[in-house]
Design a protein. Structure first.
Lengths: 267, 123
């Protein structure tokens, strides 16, 4: 099995972790984000999925020593993440992590997210969960987020406060689900993918994290945009709930999440 | 020969010739060709024998035969557009999968190259 990072032999028993960073025109923030992940989690492999960027994103990622998957054109976060999950499954990773390229997800929390995989298949790094400064959002946006969180909490039978967070950790079972079905629609990479995970029998839980200010520009918050966000969130949620997803297992032999890694695959 | 008949014949003839030409240049899949072929035949039939339309209108109880024609035509176009939207979504999903696979293949190629020459440019 391919091994991308040189790692001391005592680490062989540790789970192989792949950090997937979907990046679209993120040349300015990306290098710092990768360095940050490296510094806090030296044993993980980093895969940057360059989502058809027009700037030097791919070059920056390669210079930082990350694996780079260059998509020929922009597919959105959903497409980038599905490619990442497919890579994870083909190379026998035990855990896949999603981290945004703009640096708002603090990789210091990665360890505490990974720990929670003991009792769950998907762990979400959640704002509003009591860690540090409250994450500031407008009224409409908060309304949308509350609605989404309530609905998904009920589905998952656990308290989820921030289902639109893109900071999440998946084990083999959840990777298998996402490699097969990862929605491309708006909010699909967060809300709908969580719904799919729950409906395919994955256990979902959350860990409180503190988000950082984006390294790039802050998303503008006009009332109109916030209302639009609410509408789209409701539509996305409704679609996610009524949509019929095909059974999860397994177009490719390697997709069986229950399969133990063979001797050759272990690094 | 009145003008409606001429119009109908010209219309269906244009469709048939265009169909033939598109098929000849391999620009049209036969499933759509068959569809349009029957549409053109229908228009032709109604143009030559207007009695068909009035008869049908009487049968289903539509007072103005032309209304039946418009209703059927718009229904047909609606269903066809819906079918195209469906095909478009399916094709988009297919190209998405292909794009992801292309990206992953390029990555695998990078990895294989790097492993073939481990001393050169390991970053």
């Amino acid at each position: 099995m391919t091994q991308f990072t040189s790692r001391p032999s005592y680490a062989a028993a540790m789970p192989r972790v792949l950090v997937i960073v979907p990046a679209w025109n993120e040349q300015d923030a990306l290098a710092a984000t990768i360095a940050d992940v490296r510094a806090t989690n030296p044993d993980v492999d980093i895969l940057v999925v360059d989502d058809g960027s027009r700037d030097r994103t791919a070059q920056v990622a390669a210079d930082s020593g990350a694996l780079v998957c260059r998509l020929p054109y922009n597919l959105g976060v959903g497409g980038a993440m599905r490619a990442g999950y497919r890579f994870a499954i083909r190379h026998g990773y035990d855990v896949a992590v999603q981290i945004d390229a703009d640096g708002q997800h603090d990789p210091q929390y990665l360890g505490s997210l990974l720990e929670r995989l003991d009792g769950a298949d998907l762990v979400i790094g959640a704002r509003f969960a009591g860690e540090g400064e409250p994450y500031r959002v407008g009224l409409m946006r908060r309304l949308a987020m509350t609605l989404l969180a309530r609905t998904l909490s009920r589905m998952a039978r656990t308290r989820l406060t921030d289902v639109t967070s893109g900071f999440r950790v998946a084990n083999r079972r959840a990777i298998g689900v996402f490699a097969a079905h990862y929605p491309a629609e708006y909010l699909g990479d967060t809300v709908e993918s969580t719904v799919i995970a729950i409906r395919s029998g994955c256990t979902v839980t959350q860990v409180p994290v503190q988000m950082r200010v984006r390294q790039g520009g802050q998303a503008s918050q006009t009332p109109f945009k916030a209302a639009l966000y609410l509408c789209r969130a409701v539509i996305a949620l409704a679609l996610a709930l009524v949509r019929r997803w095909p059974d999860v297992p397994s177009p490719e032999p390697a997709r069986d999440p229950a399969r133990e890694p063979t001797r050759e695959e272990l690094p | 020969v009145n003008s409606t008949v001429t119009l109908g014949i010209i219309g269906s003839a244009v469709v048939l010739v265009a169909l033939f030409e598109l098929l000849r240049r391999q620009r049209l899949r036969e499933k759509y060709a068959v569809l349009w072929f029957f549409v053109a035949l229908g228009v032709l039939a109604i143009a030559i024998f207007p009695g068909l339309l009035t008869g049908l209108a009487d049968l289903v109880g539509v007072a103005l035969p032309v209304n039946l024609l418009f209703f059927l035509a718009s229904l047909f176009l609606l269903v066809l557009t819906l079918q195209h939207s469906y095909e478009l979504g399916r094709l988009e999903e297919k190209t998405r999968v292909l794009a992801e696979e292309v990206g992953l293949l390029r990555l695998e190629l990078d990895i294989a190259r790097r492993q073939a020459e481990p001393d050169e440019s390991s970053g």
